[in-house]
Ligand binder design. Structure first.
Ligand code: G3H
Length: 496
């Protein structure tokens, strides 16, 4: 059970502690932030409301801890990460329980998130050993006008203190996707969890604590964004920010100053369906891509752009698959569970009502109880409807019927977002041409969008983000290149 057994020390009464300097602490604020269970809509957990002074302290300690961590042999850093991965997987049940209660993620998916996170940490340790163990060697005479008088040795060195801000929908997985690369590369790490998802994050951090990472290297600070959000992201002690979330990321990137940024800020992933596609495969992927975790994924299918000639058939097939989705509590492992908050449910409802006023075709009746919204397919959506462009982050999916491939590409590219997209066709040549024309970070051919496997590059363009993620890219992003040039007194050529 969350907060018991190996996790008992992270809880004080009914308030979870924050983690700093290798210890679990109570905030001097004496205040707590309540976490509402999306299903029951009552307070499930409480976490410390940390202060700006506590942020300052954490930053100071993180800076000191990083210096000696950077001198820790790479194999030792990897060894500790492997150990943390093992502990994380061993404790998957209480962590998954927190995910179920805090973010209403279905029970099985919650367990999968924890196991996937352990695998990510292990892979990161192995990849880090490989890529950080290598540098480059250059000679000067390859550039015009130079003799071979200079040898340049480059290596990758840490940035310093990395600030990691994961989102509510993958609080564990998208935290470790930032923590593990930062640590293997020799950085220290300050984690600011989302409020909903904070307790799962604190449990995950405790697994790193149990693995025996040095004091101060990892901190996890909880609290209100209004109190410590800007303070953290604009803190002079931060040397890199890795953020996943909504358009708050745009504001962060404007305020952050001269630090490397890794940002993933959502998407409006289009699914383009051509006449020759396997329509059963299409329907299966639309339902999986559009409605997994109730559509609360950056990479969810968020608009279907289907050729008119096959649209009726696609809509019918999607409708019949949707009819098999189970709706209810995450504890019962239902496919559709309550969305994360009342404000989120209200926002989704606003998009639905706008589509209703503008006469979209409702393939099912709109139904909502509290934060639980029944899955809804909206057909005959037109570009003047908000749902055609906005990201519902909920179980509502618009279908736009298109007369040509160009119309589909145009709609996809007119979006502010550019995370992923997908194309369904049996003609690989067409698929490649459309993929090249789509302004998105990734295009999936004959499958719905997805970030994983977690070592694949993952990036958004336009308002979807800055930089590329995936294990290798994140490790590289959290380092800088250092060159040492050996200057020779006279040209030196290897004779062979
Ligand atoms: O919500 C954003 C995530 O990066 C999506 O990850 O494709 O594994 O669901 P996923």
């Amino acid at each position: 059970m969350a907060g018991t057994g190996a996790f008992a020390e992270i809880l004080d009464g009914d308030v979870y502690k924050y983690y700093a300097d290798g210890e679990w602490k109570k905030s001097s604020s004496g205040k707590a932030v309540a976490i509402t269970n999306p299903t029951t809509r009552t307070t499930q957990y409480k976490v410390q409301a940390c202060t700006q002074q506590e942020v300052n302290k954490v930053m100071e300690i993180a800076k000191i801890a990083q210096k000696s961590w950077a001198k820790t042999p790479l194999w030792k850093r990897a060894e500790l990460l492997h150990k943390a991965a093992g502990i994380l997987k061993e404790h998957k049940i209480p962590i998954a329980e927190a995910l179920v209660k805090e973010i209403a993620k279905p029970a099985k998916d919650s367990l999968t998130e924890v196991v996937r996170s352990g695998d990510l940490v292990s892979y990161c340790a192995e990849e880090g050993v490989r890529i950080l163990g290598e540098g480059t060697f250059l000679v000067s005479d390859s550039f015009p006008g130079n003799e071979r008088t200079k040898y340049c040795l480059t290596s990758k060195i840490p940035l310093g203190v990395v600030l990691a801000i994961p989102p509510f929908n993958y609080p564990v997985n998208l935290a470790v996707s930032k923590i593990a690369p930062a640590l293997i590369a020799g950085n220290s790490l300050v984690l600011k969890p989302p409020t909903q998802g904070a307790v799962a994050c604190l449990h995950m951090v405790h697994c790193f604590h149990l693995a025996g990472f040095p004091k101060g290297l990892i901190s996890c600070i909880t609290g209100k964004g209004s109190e410590i959000g800007d303070f953290l992201t604009m803190h002079p002690g931060v040397n890199c920010i890795s953020f996943t979330g909504g358009d708050t990321g745009i504001a962060i990137s404007k305020k952050a100053g001269m630090v490397p940024l890794q940002m993933e800020l959502g998407g409006k992933d289009a699914c383009i369906v051509l006449e020759d596609a396997d329509l059963d495969l299409v329907a299966a992927n639309i339902v999986k891509g559009g409605f997994s975790y109730s559509g609360q994924r950056c990479t969810a299918v968020k608009v279907v752009l289907v050729m008119e000639s096959v649209a009726d058939e696609v809509v019918e097939k999607v409708k019949s698959r949707m009819a098999t989705l189970t709706i209810g509590r995450p504890e019962d492992d239902c496919d559709i569970t309550p969305v994360v908050s009342e404000s989120s449910a209200n926002f989704i409802e606003g998009l639905v009502m706008d589509a209703k006023e503008k006469e979209a075709t409702f393939c099912q009746e709109y139904k909502r109880e509290g934060n639980l919204i029944w899955p809804l397919l909206l057909d005959n959506v037109r570009p003047d409807m908000r749902i055609a462009w906005e990201e519902p982050f909920g179980p509502v999916l618009p279908v736009i019927r298109i007369a040509s491939i160009e119309e589909g590409i145009h709609h996809c590219n007119a979006s502010n977002f550019g995370l992923q997209g997908c194309i369904f066709t049996n003609d690989i040549n067409k698929a490649m041409l459309i993929s090249d024309a789509m302004e998105t970070g990734t295009v999936q051919i004959n499958s719905s969008p997805a970030r994983g496997p977690d070592h694949f590059p993952f990036q958004g363009i336009k308002d979807s983000g800055i930089g590329s993620q995936g294990i290798t890219n994140s490790i590289n992003m959290m380092t800088k290149v250092k060159s040492t040039v050996i200057n020779l007194p006279s040209p030196s050529y290897t004779m062979g």
